[in-house]
Design a protein. Structure first.
Length: 73
């Protein structure tokens, strides 16, 4: 269920709306039909989520035995 961003063409009110399928949206302030849909920053970014930082050890590989324990050191 995507949350979409809109701007009303009548009163220029910017708002977000949870849109289900082909549901029609109207402005919550003036009730004008068919507001202009905007591209949100969340939708514009693509790709994968960033990789999490290694945890434990020396901070390079995450070996829990500590610094100098793995083959990377």
């Amino acid at each position: 269920m995507p949350i979409r961003e809109f701007v009303c063409t009548a009163c220029e009110h910017a708002f977000e709306e949870l849109v289900l399928g082909a549901e029609e949206v109207s402005c919550p302030r003036c009730d004008a039909p068919e507001p202009e849909r905007r591209l949100s920053a969340f939708q514009a970014r693509g790709g994968r989520a960033p990789e999490p930082a290694p945890v434990g050890g020396c901070g390079t590989c995450g070996d829990p035995r500590g610094p100098g324990s793995c083959s990377l050191n």
